[in-house]
Design a protein around this ligand. Structure first.
Ligand code: F6R
Length: 269
């Protein structure tokens, strides 16, 4: 696990953007795993800027999103399909047919989930999986006590996640769907490189538990302790509860010269 602590959300997002840009340029047909929510927005803005100035090309990139609300159509403003179009896909030259998001209106959800897993495998697997983190330690929508071996499936959100996400439904808690389709923890763990972003004070406990807590299904993100290549990028606020904060900074600031470029953070497999 590499822990990168930077002063602000902006600096953390820039670091993530640097890695993504380098890896997309190195492998133009890269398979990206993408997330929604507030956390990745500055990263997406930065990638859009580079597409607009002609320095980044998404024409061969494929993407798989982590999750979607059940029963919500892709045209609904709170759907993750809509979110991705509004905040990223509509502003770059990724081919719509190369962007995959679980379909919230699928008639047969278990079959749809199986097909999603098969598609990821058929495309060659995810090279870089971007993750945010829930205040309860969830990744994707794998809520606490999700099986650490789980695959793409339907999940029921916790009350806390419903409250956290009510902001995307005009603050109306009752409008937030209770069910979601999410890549499983086992699915996420098969990505070659995982980059988790955590910003702000309200993520501090989840980040502490993820990095320094015991490995437990009660904090799904703690499974990343066992991933071969997981990079956790946090700002000072999200790092504020870490016991070994100084050590992580020491490690980062004393990297050997050959580990200092973004190339070292590209998928190694
Ligand atoms: C979103 C997702 C979730 C979010 C998490 C944090 O696709 O999978 O795990 O990353 O809920 O959300 P924000 O970034 O809004 O704090």
């Amino acid at each position: 696990m590499e822990v990168i602590i930077l002063p602000t959300k902006e600096a953390g997002s820039n670091k993530a953007a640097e890695i993504f840009k380098y890896c997309i340029r190195k492998n133009p047909s890269i398979i990206l795993g993408l997330a929604t929510g507030s956390t990745p927005l500055p990263l997406y803005e930065s990638l859009i800027q580079n597409y607009t100035d002609g320095s980044l090309d998404f024409s061969q990139v494929t993407s798989f999103n982590l999750d979607e609300y059940v029963g919500v159509s892709p045209n609904h403003q709170a759907s993750y399909a809509y979110f991705m179009k509004e905040n990223f896909f509509n502003h770059i030259n990724i081919k719509p047919e190369n962007t995959f998001i679980p379909y919230g209106k699928a008639k047969n959800i278990p079959d749809h989930c199986k097909d999603y897993e098969t598609l990821i495998k058929d495309k060659g697997g995810i090279d870089i999986q971007l993750l945010g983190i829930g205040t309860d330690g969830h990744i994707g929508f794998n809520e606490p006590t999700s099986s650490l071996a789980s695959r793409t499936r339907i999940k029921t959100l916790t009350r806390q996640t419903i409250e956290d996400n009510a902001r995307f439904f005009d603050g109306k808690i009752d409008d937030v769907p209770k069910h979601v389709i999410t890549m499983g923890i086992g699915t996420i763990m098969e990505s070659k490189h995982v980059i988790l972003l955590g910003f702000g004070k309200n993520k501090a406990q989840a980040i502490k538990d993820t990095i320094e807590g015991p490995l437990t299904a009660s904090i799904p993100a703690s499974i990343l302790q066992t991933h071969e290549q997981a990079t956790i990028i946090v700002d000072e606020e999200a790092a504020s509860k870490l016991d070994r904060c100084d050590y992580y900074k020491w490690v980062y600031n004393n990297r050997p010269a050959w580990q200092r470029g973004p190339e070292d953070l590209c998928p190694k497999k």
